[in-house]
Design a protein around this ligand. Structure first.
Ligand SMILES: NC(=O)c1ccc[n+]([C@@H]2O[C@H](COP(=O)([O-])OP(=O)(O)OC[C@H]3O[C@@H](n4cnc5c(N)ncnc54)[C@H](OP(=O)(O)O)[C@@H]3O)[C@@H](O)[C@H]2O)c1
Length: 289
């Protein structure tokens, strides 16, 4: 028996940029891979195109779904007849909210399948790279059974039995990415007004991001303990520094909306008695919603 024959067959539903990358990664690691997408396009080389979503689901015990949104998830699953999902493990890697993941889990398990929800913390190029974070939550048993196949996608991590957890972590981590990238672009726009190129500035931006990430351990301890007393950088001093950052942006006519909101969170924390606290004190303002 060849290695390929021994590997778990996998079906991938949805062949957008991400679904195609998922199918390629399964195929590369030797999993017989069946594909289907709404527009009936064939998948990447070496994969087998099924004639229908129902045929694709029938081809493998492990069914990976990655489409635009949960409306599309519903549309795809509606094409699979009742009973077609029974005994399968459905892994839904479509981005959505924890609530959508939990509702979908209920509906899919109600049709006799096991359910795992997932979050892909990578772009399509990173799929299959062993360092790319892939988050999963839901059926622990199915995760165990299919761990080898799911590891073909990257650094697979199981977060717990609650199907909503992967989407929760996905939202949290994407929030970090969007905030950090906006901060970076804000900085590039600022120095760009004085003729500094993005490429010229970027090595220093990287160092700042590394330095910033080194603060996280201490901040986490302060958040978890609820004690924010500062030993080195009082929040009232940082509020004053944030004002200078905004002034520099205003003078150079770059958008300062995001930074103004950050400043207002800091100002509210100071007004709440945290002038002598560390930046961690801002969490109380964020938690007010
Ligand atoms: N691209 C990334 O960098 C990235 C990273 C992490 C997570 N994700 C997530 O992965 C998912 C897919 O992203 P993508 O980049 O592959 O998007 P995409 O290239 O736009 O592909 C969207 C896929 O959804 C299918 N689809 C859309 N509406 C549908 C409907 N009503 N019924 C059935 N199928 C429908 C499309 O079918 P057709 O093939 O027929 O057009 C296509 O296969 C999204 O939830 C996204 O948030 C993407």
């Amino acid at each position: 028996m060849t290695n390929e024959q021994q590997k778990q067959p996998v079906t991938v539903l949805g062949l957008g940029l991400m679904g195609t990358a998922l199918a390629q990664a399964f195929r590369r690691s030797g999993h017989p891979t069946t594909t289907w997408t709404r527009s009936n396009r064939p998948g990447p080389d070496g994969t087998t195109a099924a004639a229908s979503a129902a045929d694709a689901v029938a081809a493998s015990p492990l069914v990976v779904l990655c489409v635009l949104d949960y409306r599309a998830v519903d549309a795809v699953l509606a094409r699979v007849p009742d009973g077609g999902l029974a005994g399968k493990t459905v892994v839904n890697l479509t981005t959505g909210t924890p609530e959508q993941a939990r509702e979908t889990s209920d509906r899919i398990t109600g049709r006799g399948a096991d359910y795992l929800d997932g979050g892909i913390m990578s772009n399509p190029e990173g799929v299959g790279d062993p360092t790319s974070m892939m988050l999963f939550s839901g059926s622990a048993e199915s995760y165990q059974v299919h761990h080898e196949a799911l590891s073909a996608l990257g650094d697979a991590r199981f977060l717990g039995w609650d199907a909503g957890l992967a989407a929760l972590y996905d939202a949290a981590l994407l929030g970090i990415m969007y905030s950090a990238l906006t901060g970076y672009l804000q900085a590039v726009a600022l120095v760009g007004r004085e003729g500094v190129s993005a490429a010229g500035f970027t090595p220093m931006a990287r160092e700042m991001l590394t330095a910033t990430s080194s603060f996280l351990g201490e901040i986490a301890g302060q958040v978890d303990s609820g004690h924010y007393a500062s030993r080195s950088a009082r929040l009232d001093m940082q509020l004053s520094a944030a004002e200078h950052v905004i002034d520099a942006g205003r003078v150079r006519k770059v958008d300062t909306t995001v930074l103004e909101h950050v400043k207002s969170l800091m100002a509210r924390a100071v007004a709440d008695g945290h002038a002598g606290s560390d930046y961690a004190a801002v969490i109380d303002q964020i938690r007010k919603g």
